[in-house]
Design a protein around this ligand. Sequence first.
Ligand SMILES: *Cc1c(COP(=O)(O)O)cnc(C)c1O
Length: 396
Amino acid sequence: MHKHHSALGVAAALRPVQSVTLVRPHAAERAARFFSEKFPGRSLYAVKANPSPDLLLTLWEGGITHYDVASIAEVRLVARTLPEATLCFMHPVKAEEAIAEAYFTHGVRTFSLDSHEELDKIVRATKGATDLTLCVRLRVSSDHSKLSLASKFGVDLADAASLLMATRQVADALGICFHVGSQAMSPQAYSDAMARVRAAIVSASVTVDVIDVGGGFPSAYPGMTPPPLEQYFRTIHEAFESLPVSYSAELWCEPGRALSAEYASLLVRVERRRGDELYINDGAYGALFDAAHIGWRFPVALLREPESHAKDVGFSFYGPTCDDMDRMAGPFELPADTRVGDFIEIGMLGAYGCAMRTAFNGFTNGDTVIVDDEPMASLYTETVRPAEVAGRVIKL
Ligand SMILES: *Cc1c(COP(=O)(O)O)cnc(C)c1O
């Protein structure tokens, strides 16, 4: 991969026709170190947020040794990329063949489940293994989160006791896991969920060895500035300390977004301007799925030299495909004189951005290049963009 000093440098030097993915390994490594040093337990990276092998290697360098995988393809990918890593298969509904391959071929010992059927499947597929860590996924509220994960998975509290007792019978180590929803804007999401965990443990009277608070740790986006992550960690630690679990119980978390959002951004070119609508060369079927389909606002910056001094106005974007759905409403704040041929950086796309690309309509992404300037926002450093980077308008 080519290395450049800055996003602006890439635009100026390459003038790329296709959208370019800009990656910042230093930002991902910083996030990994933050979690591995400050989270009061073990941090598993949720691979679905961004499965790029380069990112996996970077997170490993930053101290992340455990990986939350959700499909057999993710199991194989991480096993191949990081042979020393510990894999945890945390999708509560798995193919029996996937469980068997994970257990017998890739050494996976940790699985999640939220039903008696899945427990039976795990027992059958592992031929009654006695060395399993089984995590029962509890349904919790997504009230504090921007993206709900409350409907699809998780056993209800009322049904948790019987599943916990049955799982305890076959598990070497018993865990309880949950997911508060993605981009949880308040630590209270976790204290509320932990109250439900406590109720489940009390109702089942089982010994619990692992509490896994899942993902949901936020990143920074326009209009969404979360409290510092340390507050989340403190809240979780306090709740964990007061749970009726065994003395040697472990605390885990599964951040996806928080470890990967700052890793990547996108360099796009304006192909047409129609009023306050910009037609750009990436979109809903590319790295901007969330911007199109759930109205997520990402930070944007015009990369032009000399810098524009025009006042900012709110733009919407059209992507390159031939349908109306390829539209990102924004508003994306850019200088009023933004025009055809300009390059724009769209930030914070390392999580659920680059991972979701398709090649629909023949529009694929171009190169991936490494840059060593700062991401457009960061939860892990005070300094955002160095002042010497010209042409930048940082809008949060
Ligand atoms: C998606 C997912 C995660 C990661 O969630 P983030 O909100 O990106 O941190 C963690 N655990 C499970 C089980 C998931 O499905």
